[in-house]
Design a protein around this ligand. Structure first.
Ligand SMILES: Nc1ncnc2c1ncn2[C@@H]1O[C@H](COP(=O)(O)OP(=O)(O)O)[C@@H](O)[C@H]1O
Ligand SMILES: O=P(O)(O)OC[C@H](O)CO
Length: 494
């Protein structure tokens, strides 16, 4: 009997990836292609939606070719994606009418202020679980419709479609042009009622967004449509936003289980079960996934700049040649680091939500060198995560005893040890840190009957545990310094 495989795609902020997973949950092939970052103005971040599609299709084809498997053995396809990033395209031509506006883009700050002035903050929080911020798709859609020539007219004629990256890929991959998304992605638009599972008319009216452009919303483990490859139909059977997919991939199936992903940004998510729970401490409430006719929720802390700060050391300051190198330089600083870097390059996300904060460096003296700066930048990832965990512990009923980690920067041992020291919890790094794309593979595999959800727990293996070593006096002293620095970076630009 021939083997069965799942194909999964991860369209991330910096790259498009594709993997093939076998029945045992082993990755047997992986392809990755970087995508171009476009910065047309200060605070603006865009991607070319056609490049996203091309790189994703090319990784998909290459991974199948290299794994030397037959298309007919691929029984399902899962998609995960950078969330909130907004594409609007013309359904007749299939062409985007503007570049994709990326989640990090801050051009819609003024629209957010208007929503607040109109008194919509409370309604938005209670309906969507989110805070009013330029981060989410809603104000980005509004911007495109208001600013791209003829966009409003075309939308009124019913010619335009909106999608987060999953919907853009799904529409293009399916012959029947399926226009849909899943609950986890919809919950990041700031337009979706996460309790009643429908688009919210009040917010749509406030942002002047016609319902006709929005996708249908489905569970995350669901047969969305088929991708036809050389005559063979592959069911697209799983879709989830990347952070929720990572929560699934880390098998955080029980209430109270949490993971932190160290990628471009940093995203701490805790499964809160099937009951809606709102944060009193600046975290977001979001949909984790929809499966088996149930919707699961999560509390989320989102930090905008994490691994991106390491990229800044590499590409901006050019004081390291690769992200990996940061560890060796940081190790050269013996003892406590007097320098603190607050990488609020795009304002501050959770739990502060300050769109006006900007990056800052503190504690410089005549003998400060590049190693101090590198170590401080790495440490800023751990401090920002501590801010999230403090907020989450204050919201949650049960304290967290361990943290599951993944994402590019989780490979950094110095950072992981400092993280355990600062949090005073054990940090658990799994063998497979590709949990995001595995989450998408699992959602698809479960839908097509290849796996049962419980089986996934046995796929997960720990590679290394980092145990806290600091005294509480040291931990508190360092954290206090961080909070002092943070305060001074807030409310910086006008
Ligand atoms: N060894 C490392 N130490 C610190 N940061 C790292 C290391 N390896 C990768 N990174 C950072 O991790 C990020 C890439 O992680 P990844 O999970 O691929 O991100 P994304 O999914 O957001 O594209 C980059 O921003 C990079 O700077
Ligand atoms: O593509 P990533 O991994 O940086 O994730 C981006 C997040 O989904 C933004 O909310």
């Amino acid at each position: 009997m021939s083997k069965k495989y799942i194909l999964a795609l991860d369209q991330g902020t910096t790259s498009s990836r594709a993997i093939i997973v076998d029945e045992k949950g082993t990755i047997v092939g992986m392809e990755q292609q970087e995508i171009q970052q476009i910065f047309p103005k200060s605070g603006w971040v865009e991607h070319d939606a056609l490049e996203i599609l091309e790189t994703q299709l090319s990784t998909l084809k290459k991974v199948i070719q290299k794994a030397t498997i037959s298309n007919v053995d691929i029984v399902g396809l899962g998609i995960t994606n950078q969330r909130e990033t907004t594409v609007i395209w013309n359904k007749n031509t299939g062409k985007p009418i503007y570049n994709a506006i990326v989640w990090q883009d801050k051009r819609t700050v003024a629209v957010c202020e208007t929503l607040k002035k109109e008194g919509l903050e409370k309604h938005i929080k209670q309906t969507t679980g989110l805070v009013v911020d330029a981060y989410f798709s809603g104000t980005k859609i509004h911007w495109i419709l208001e600013n791209v020539p003829k966009a409003r007219k075309e939308a009124d004629k019913g010619n335009l479609l909106f999608g987060t990256i999953d919907s853009w890929l799904l529409w293009n991959l399916t012959d029947k042009k399926v226009h849909a998304t899943d609950y986890s992605n919809a919950s990041r638009t700031m337009l979706f009622d996460i309790k009643n599972l429908c688009w919210d008319d009040t917010i749509l009216a406030a942002l002047n967004i016609p319902k006709s452009i929005l996708p249908e919303v489905k569970p995350s483990s669901f047969h969305f449509g088929d991708y036809v490859l050389d005559g063979h139909q592959i069911p697209i059977a799983g879709i989830a936003g990347d952070q929720q997919a990572a929560l699934f991939g880390q098998a955080c199936f029980k209430k109270g289980e949490a993971k932190n992903t160290y990628g471009t940004g940093c995203f701490l998510l805790m499964n809160t079960g099937t009951e809606l729970q709102f944060s009193k401490n600046g975290l977001l409430t979001t949909i984790a996934w929809g499966i088996d006719n149930k919707v699961y929720y999560a509390l989320e802390g989102s930090v905008f700049v994490a691994g991106a700060a390491i990229q800044w050391l590499r590409d901006g300051l050019q004081i390291i040649k690769s992200a990996e190198e940061s560890e060796a330089f940081a190790k050269e600083v013996k003892g406590e680091n007097p320098v603190i870097v607050v990488p609020a390059f795009a304002g501050l996300g959770a739990p502060y939500w300050d769109m006006y904060a900007r990056g800052a460096i503190f504690g410089l003296t005549r003998d400060t060198g590049k190693n101090h700066l590198i170590k401080a930048t790495l440490q800023s990832l751990a401090y920002q995560t501590k801010d999230l965990l403090v907020a989450m512990q204050n919201d949650a009923e049960t304290p967290l005893t361990s943290l599951k980690v993944d994402g590019g920067a989780s490979a950094n041992n110095l950072l992981m040890q400092f993280q355990a020291d600062m949090l005073d919890v054990v940090v658990e790094r799994p063998k497979i840190t590709e949990t995001t794309i595995m989450g998408a593979a699992y959602l698809a595999g479960i839908c097509v009957g290849l796996w049962k959800q419980e089986e996934i727990l046995s796929h997960r293996k720990i590679e290394q545990e980092f145990t806290p070593k600091y005294t509480s006096e040291k931990r508190e002293r360092l954290y206090k310094k961080w909070l002092k620095a943070l305060e001074r970076s807030k409310d910086w630009i006008d």
